[in-house]
Write a protein that binds this ligand. Structure first.
Ligand SMILES: NC(=O)C1=CN([C@@H]2O[C@H](COP(=O)(O)OP(=O)(O)OC[C@H]3O[C@@H](n4cnc5c(N)ncnc54)[C@H](OP(=O)(O)O)[C@@H]3O)[C@@H](O)[C@H]2O)C=CC1
Ligand SMILES: CC(=O)[C@@H](O)[C@H](O)COP(=O)(O)O
Ligand SMILES: [Mn+2]
Length: 401
């Protein structure tokens, strides 16, 4: 039985992780949950999974949850013992708030495996603290590795921590690498769906609304990653994620548009063999693998039928229409703190696009300007990289926008 701490339990990956737990009650127990502010859904999750600890990042929402629990205790139906009360899971849970709350979960003795499915660079500090505390991590939060991949993986190696990817492409590569020698690897090929605008002309993409951008052809995901897929920044972030997760230089990481999202990624070896991982697009499959690794457990997910699909197609990414992908390679090339600048700028600009404050191509335009305003340096501490993250958010919000 593995005790899970799930950061971002109310999101797309968080909810699907809970679905995997529901399907495998004998293998996993949920001991801690954390959210940004969705306390109404968190309360339902507490009732169902009975965790010992929960954290709410937003202090006001956290305070509200505590107050609601106190009221429930005072007004709840009279029962012989507290345990008979239907709200008992809410009475016994410990509620924490803020970043300290997330860190408390990431380092808690109640947690064997931390599932980090928070969105954005907010996931970085809990990841680092979990590593320091010796916890293995199932990582969906790709921004952790984009912002500080070198530092995070260095710490994980020193501590002997297993970081198992949840991101579908990285789960695929991770599986294709099993049992192989690192020297045998020729290149990693990350597949990309191409997003909702794959076939659109540049002049059409220019006018795309955020509602159109949210309509991913193959995956139902959170809002931020859906916009990233539409700009193809998601693939850029994934190149950086792969660079650090697998310790492979960027020249050996290619991207290939594959609209069907059936091949989740591939690894080419020195003998010209290519190993790929395929499946019906369903994030519960890589989530379950990340939870069960190094074992594989049975999963009643839809089986792949290639004879029904018949054709798989491929094309080169077009960085003229999707410049964010090129910017991500440039950030890696620049090195040091530049990927953190790319990421922080992107997070602010995606939110501005969702709020209809900027247009689709303003996203790469302002990211480029933020990168030009920054002189990258080799960081060695978490504090240094967090300061760069703070600087770029402030610069984009208050100088560029
Ligand atoms: N969705 C997918 O299919 C995939 C996602 N990923 C990656 O997984 C991560 C999560 O994505 P996704 O599930 O789509 O995102 P969602 O937007 O659906 O969910 C985000 C979750 O994180 C919580 N959250 C956000 N900020 C904080 C914070 N500061 N502290 C605590 N909790 C926080 C939210 O809480 P609340 O509900 O309260 O706001 C919510 O539970 C991203 O890094 C994404 O790139 C990778 C591959 C596929
Ligand atoms: C499911 C998953 O892993 C996403 O990151 C997905 O890959 C997004 O699709 P794109 O290939 O369009 O970025
Ligand atoms: Mn992915």
């Amino acid at each position: 039985m593995k005790n899970l701490g799930i950061l971002g339990s109310t999101g797309s990956i968080g909810e699907q992780t809970l679905e995997v737990v529901r399907k495998n009650p004998g293998d996993y127990r949920v001991s801690a949950l954390a959210v940004m502010g969705n306390i109404s859904r968190l309360k339902e999750q507490i009732q169902e999974f009975q965790p010992k600890l929960v954290a709410v990042f937003d202090p006001d929402r956290g305070k509200l949850l505590k107050e609601e629990i106190i009221k429930l205790k005072a007004r709840g139906p009279r029962t012989k013992t507290p345990e008979d009360n239907p709200n008992y899971p809410l009475f016994r849970v410990k509620v924490l708030v803020g970043l300290e709350g997330l860190v408390a979960i990431a380092t808690s003795g109640e947690v064997d495996l931390l599932v980090n499915s928070v969105v954005g660079s907010a996931g970085l500090v809990p990841t680092v603290k979990a590593i320091d505390a010796g916890k293995n991590i199932a990582l969906a939060n790709k921004e952790t590795l984009v912002v500080a991949g070198e530092l995070v993986m260095q710490k994980a190696r020193e501590k002997g921590i297993q970081i198992t990817p949840i991101d579908s492409e990285h789960s695929a590569v991770f599986q294709c690498l099993q049992g192989e020698k690192k020297e045998s690897l020729e290149k990693i090929i990350l597949t990309a769906s191409g997003g909702p605008f794959r076939t659109w002309k540049k002049e059409e993409i220019e006018k795309a609304t955020y509602r159109q951008a949210l309509k991913h052809p193959n995956w139902a995901m959170g809002r931020k990653i859906s916009i990233d897929s539409a700009t193809m920044m998601n693939k850029g972030l994934e190149v950086i994620e792969a660079r650090w997760l697998f310790d492979v230089p960027q020249e050996k990481i290619e991207t290939l548009v594959h609209p069907e999202s059936i091949i989740h990624s591939m690894v080419e070896y020195v003998d010209s063999s290519v190993i790929a991982e395929l499946g019906v697009p369903d994030m519960k499959v890589p989530i379950q693998y990340a939870l069960s690794y190094p074992e594989r457990i049975k999963g009643d997910y839809e089986k792949l039928s290639l004879s029904k699909i018949r054709n798989l197609s491929f094309e080169e990414p077009d960085t003229r229409r999707f410049p964010c992908l090129k910017l991500a390679y440039e950030a890696l090339e620049a090195g040091g703190t530049m990927p953190a600048v790319l990421n922080g700028a992107n997070e602010v600009l995606v939110e501005a696009y969702l709020q209809e404050k900027i247009t689709f191509y303003d996203i790469p335009k302002y990211i480029k300007m933020a990168m030009e305003a920054h002189t990258p340096f080799e960081y060695t501490t978490l504090e240094e990289i967090l300061e760069v993250d703070r600087w770029v958010r402030d610069y984009v919000s208050n100088t560029l926008l």
